[in-house]
Write a protein that binds this ligand. Structure first.
Ligand code: T4K
Length: 379
């Protein structure tokens, strides 16, 4: 029997900059007494991200969900949108809040992103866009989706909530499709406590998004759109700006963790890893998904999930259940059998990964998984 961890090991733990650094930043806020409404730190952070993404077409928000809702509204997306059921609920909620009908289609089995062939088959005269997700930061099949969109005059919107720092062919993932949404939530590799960002092709959208996130105010006396309140505040921007400086360190640490997990877990029957990504992809190591095969592991995913808790290891079943199986989407008719998405969602488990996770902790987590498979004889 392996000794359980003394303290809970969660699926993630946010990185925090050194307290002295953050306090220094807080002094600036105390000095200015500017807390929100496009303050100096939000403006500075916007510029830093603009430099990072080499684009002026970016807009910051209080969270990723509102960013996506506003994106769909600002782009006037309507009717039906083809999307994936294998994601976090917020992806579909953003459609619902815009009165758009989600059309769920299957994913591909290796990286769990939307299957372009299924997208093409689901197009109807009411389809206006594809809402695809770079799930776990794995890039979608970008060329295939671009081709389908251009042949059918559809917009491509990427939910890139997990994909900050991912590059494809030397280009940021933000530069693919018509628009991408990034989440800066505390549980993400890169975060601003809460926060979100849109990057987009059409420069004209920036003004619309700025109106939509600030009640539609053009000036003190003119409201041009019935907007909402989705502004990032100064504290969020301060956190984001400071975390950005550590991004490479964070990715490097997660690379080491992933390498160790892969090396240890590949030997365990019934634990399946995501195949190596193409060499043109610079990955961010945001998540550590594994598939648990009940027959080979001699235990199903849920049993493993529960047993790991006894060792104080709190994994997550991102993403189970499928979105279309939540009661609130029960009335959405789904034509695609979603064979792969269903299979993956029954087997998936995301393991703890964050910069503060020691390699010795990763060893222990792997020892526990190995012990649960083989029993005492192997450990
Ligand atoms: N699209 C996709 C594909 C997304 O994954 C998300 C968000 C969105 C859109 C929407 O973006 P945002 O509006 O959130 O910006 C978490 C996050 O809340 C959510 O942002 C994220 N996806 C989703 C995948 O995961 P929960 O409900 O699983 O989080 P929670 O609170 O259970 O946290 C997970 C673990 O992290 C905890 O067990 C402990 C640790 N933790 C968490 C927080 C909040 C900490 O150590 N410190 C913390 O402050 O949804």
């Amino acid at each position: 029997m392996i000794k359980p961890f003394d303290k809970p090991i969660y699926v993630t733990k946010p990185f925090l900059p050194p307290l002295e650094e953050f306090s220094k930043g807080l002094e600036e806020i105390w000095e200015s007494r500017w807390l929100t409404n496009n303050g100096p730190i939000v403006r500075r952070f916007t510029q830093e991200l603009s430099n990072f993404f080499e684009s002026d077409n970016i807009c910051l928000f209080n969270n990723g969900t509102q960013a996506l809702q506003i994106a769909l509204q600002g782009m006037k997306i309507s009717g039906e949108v083809i999307t994936t059921p294998y994601t976090f609920v917020a992806t579909t909620h953003a459609l619902f809040w815009n009165k758009i009908r989600p059309v769920f289609v299957d994913i591909e089995p290796n990286y769990y992103t939307i299957d372009p062939e299924k997208v093409e088959a689901a197009i109807t005269p009411w389809t206006t866009a594809i809402l695809a997700v770079h799930v776990y930061g794995h890039p979608c099949k970008l060329n295939e989706l671009a081709d389908i969109a251009s042949r059918n005059n559809l917009k491509i919107i990427y939910d890139a909530a997990h994909a900050f720092g991912v590059n494809v062919g030397g280009k940021s993932i933000a530069h693919f499709g018509d628009l991408s949404m990034f989440s800066f939530h505390a549980t993400k590799l890169f975060h601003s406590m809460e926060g979100g960002m849109l990057t987009f092709k059409e420069a004209g959208l920036k003004g619309i998004f700025n109106y939509l996130k600030n009640f539609g105010f053009k000036n003190e006396v003119e409201v041009v759109i019935p907007g909402t309140n989705a502004k990032m505040n100064e504290m969020q921007a301060l956190m984001g700006s400071q975390v950005l400086k550590y991004l490479n360190d964070l990715i490097n640490k997660r690379t080491e963790i992933t390498d160790l997990y892969r090396q240890r877990l590949k030997e365990i029957p019934g634990i399946h890893l995501v195949p190596p990504l193409s060499s043109v992809i610079k990955y961010n190591y945001g998540y550590m998904p594994i598939e648990v095969d009940e027959e080979e592991f001699e235990m199903n995913r849920d049993e493993l999930y529960d047993k790991l808790k006894k060792y104080n290891i709190f994994t997550r079943r991102y993403f189970y259940p499928l979105i279309c199986d939540y009661a609130c989407y029960g009335s959405v008719s789904v034509r695609d059998p979603l064979t792969i998405a269903r299979r993956v969602s029954e087997k998936i488990l995301t393991l703890p990964i964050y910069d503060g996770l020691e390699l010795s902790d990763v060893e222990t987590i792997c020892n526990v998984i190995e012990y649960l498979r083989f029993g005492s004889s192997k450990s």
